[in-house]
Design a protein around this ligand. Structure first.
Ligand code: TRP
Ligand code: SF4
Length: 328
């Protein structure tokens, strides 16, 4: 039996290399199972409710990034969260059994409140972010949830929710969802911190070659290597980390050796990395361009995804309502 897989991405912009290596690689690996990939537009609203830009336009960008980086709509369901009304309903139901303390203690919640200071996130919706996420996962009775490392606290909360539901209603509707991490859950951004949209340190899958070159030139390197003659330590260098993602092992070993012996300068090292990164991104860029010309096909993919998702979500919601005593 294939396992049930669900994951989602907030449509808050284009996808970057951190998304690709942190999670999307595993979407691709798991898409042949019984897999659902969602564009979490309701989750985007929890932080973007005050901006007047269109979340709907960004949904298409994420779908295009999904497709260009190798999701095959024949092997998995791709859908938009708000188009499957069961998500909102399930979130209300789960909200009834969610202790406030779980939400207030959530480390991701506390981090975000601190990081996104410019926005007012003292809202019911934002506090309830993990409840909505647990609803997403439980609705599909998902066993595997491919995510980036930053999502682990949310996943843990979803697991606690499953246990609480089982304890309260003595039913086993939901399996405990397992997070699935990639080999590289943390990809460094231009400044060496984790690549993240909120740090403005990303290389996007859709960045054209000139932009990639320019961004790579601005990357931090081994901070102890001040002069060309200084020997470097590749292990602490974000440029080296990226070499490992796009180059074969012998080339990577050569980079490390030459860096350690000061046989290569950081400028040339970055130029070489940018070249291999651009080669890596080229097929993704091409596919992006092609998909952007086929909006009708994208709409059809999302329609199919919505119908498939709705079937499973409808069944689960019905069972949940019965278990909780509002349906016979
Ligand atoms: N919170 C996730 C993120 O920011 C997106 C998401 C929403 C999600 N619902 C989900 C991820 C369900 C996994 C499962 O990346
Ligand atoms: Fe980093 Fe390359 Fe410079 Fe070494 S030579 S510090 S790996 S950029």
């Amino acid at each position: 039996m294939p396992s049930r897989v669900l994951s989602g991405t907030r449509p808050t912009g284009k996808l970057h290399l951190g998304n690709l290596f942190g999670a999307l690689e595993n979407y691709k690996k798991l898409q042949g199972e019984d897999a659902f990939f969602m564009i979490a537009d309701l989750h985007a609203l929890t932080t973007e409710y005050g901006s007047h830009s269109s979340i709907a336009d960004r949904v298409t960008e994420v779908v295009v990034d999904y497709l260009a980086s190798g999701l095959d709509p024949k092997s998995c369901a791709i859908f938009v969260q708000s188009e499957v009304h069961e998500h909102a309903e399930m979130a209300v139901l789960l909200g009834m059994i969610t202790p406030l303390g779980w939400l207030e203690r959530n480390p991701t919640y506390k981090d975000q409140l601190r990081e996104l200071k410019e926005r007012d996130l003292q809202t019911y919706g934002f506090l309830g972010y993990p409840v909505l996420q647990a609803a997403d996962i439980l609705l599909y009775r998902a066993e595997k949830v491919p995510v980036g490392e930053d999502q682990l606290p949310h996943l843990e909360l979803a697991r606690e929710m499953v246990r609480r539901f089982k304890h309260l209603y003595q039913t086993e509707i939901f399996p405990e969802p397992q997070p699935i991490l990639t080999q590289t859950p943390r990809v460094p951004g231009l400044d060496g911190r984790k690549m993240s949209k909120s740090y403005d340190n990303c290389i996007y899958l859709s960045d054209p070659p000139e932009v990639v070159d320019k961004k790579v030139r601005s990357m931090v390197t081994d901070p102890a290597r001040k002069k060309r003659e200084d020997k470097g330590n590749p292990e602490v260098c974000p440029v080296y980390f990226h070499h490992k993602l796009y180059q074969e092992l012998p080339a990577v070993e050569r980079v490390a050796k030459e860096c350690r012996q000061a046989l290569r300068g950081c400028v040339e090292c970055k130029a070489e990395m940018a070249r291999s990164l651009n080669e890596f991104l080229e097929p993704i860029r091409k596919k992006r361009e092609e998909w952007l010309k086929r909006p009708d096909e994208i709409k059809a993919i999302l329609d199919r995804g919505r119908r498939r998702a709705g079937q499973v979500a409808g069944e689960t919601l019905e069972k949940t309502m019965k278990a909780m005593g509002i349906r016979k």
